[in-house]
Design a protein around this ligand. Structure first.
Ligand code: NDP
Length: 269
């Protein structure tokens, strides 16, 4: 028994070290809502990264719209940027996108899914109505649920073949504990409720997909200058996304099921 304990201790330590040192290898990534804002920035930074993924599935709900032109130009110049139509709330569009991605992957797995698409509407306790509540929930929660469910077979790892990850772009405004802090400035009821629910979805996936080698994490990108964040936001898309890229490249099982900000700081639920 006296030999048993040090051996056990050593195996725990070796496991810890292995987990801490290994990086998430991203040879393929899919980003939702990637035609503008934070999603488009992710596509650009993956492209410029030291070891760019072989396949960057840049999805958006309307590739034909003027709002997607910049993304299409990027894809014309870079064959590893593959633009795919994906309205995250439309089950038919979701399943068509899976088939398309599968064709490009040639039997390989999908390493990373970034559920980024989202909407925010300005409603307070008085103005919030059922229709908006349901629409925002549908885009911010049902979308990531459908997309993750549909891509699960491609994300799933066979034993010993490394890990994959689902990153949910959440928001500090979805933190229950943080509500008193910014409530008077940003009541945004439907948005807050939807992001709180998204955090729960992320935690459930972390638990349920553990044995499949799939990590799930919710990240608050900071308050970022985009169409949603507005001009007063303190962070640029470049800085927010480059910080999140660092978190993603070193993601490990221990971080699965957590809620962090763009710098990796743990946030209260
Ligand atoms: P933007 O408003 O700039 O972009 C939102 C993106 O989501 C667009 O590409 C939009 O596509 C897409 N989208 C919306 N609905 C759907 C749908 N049904 N299917 C597919 N795509 C859809 O927002 P940001 O880039 O700022 O936000 C990205 C994420 O970051 C969101 O989840 C947001 O909640 C989160 N976030 C942002 C913060 C900020 O300060 N900016 C702060 C905290 C969180 P389309 O062009 O077709 O409308």
């Amino acid at each position: 028994e006296s030999e048993e304990l040090p051996r056990k201790l050593q195996s725990v330590l070796t496991e810890d070290l292995r987990t801490a040192m290994s990086e998430l290898k991203v040879q393929s990534v899919l980003v939702t809502g990637s035609n503008r804002g934070i999603g488009f920035e992710f596509v650009q930074q993956f492209l410029r990264s030291q070891c760019p993924p072989e396949k960057i599935f840049a999805t958006c709900r309307d590739p034909g719209s003027p709002q997607s032109q910049e993304l299409k130009n990027l894809s014309t110049k870079n064959p590893n940027v593959i633009v795919i139509q994906l309205d995250t709330t439309d089950p038919a569009s979701v399943s068509t996108s899976v088939k398309e991605v599968e064709k490009h992957l040639n039997g390989q797995q999908l390493d990373l899914l970034i559920n980024n698409a989202g909407v925010l509407t300005h409603n307070n306790l008085e103005s919030q109505n059922a229709e908006d509540m349901l629409r925002v929930y549908n885009i911010n929660v049902v979308g990531p649920m459908l997309v993750t469910q549909a891509f699960y077979p491609l994300l799933k790892r066979a034993e010993g073949t490394g890990r994959s990850a689902v990153v949910h772009i959440s928001a500090l405004l979805g933190s229950l504990e943080d509500v008193p802090h910014l409530f008077s400035f940003f009541p945004v009821i439907s948005y807050r409720c939807s992001k709180a629910a998204l955090n729960m979805l992320s935690r459930c996936q972390a638990e349920g997909y553990k044995q499949d080698g799939i990590i799930s994490i919710a990240i608050h990108p900071g308050w970022v200058k985009t169409d949603m964040g507005g001009d007063q936001a303190p962070l640029t898309k470049e800085d927010s996304v480059s910080s999140m890229m660092k978190i993603i490249s070193t993601l490990n099982e221990k971080q699965s099921g957590t809620f962090v900000d763009w710098e990796g700081k743990i946030l209260p639920w």
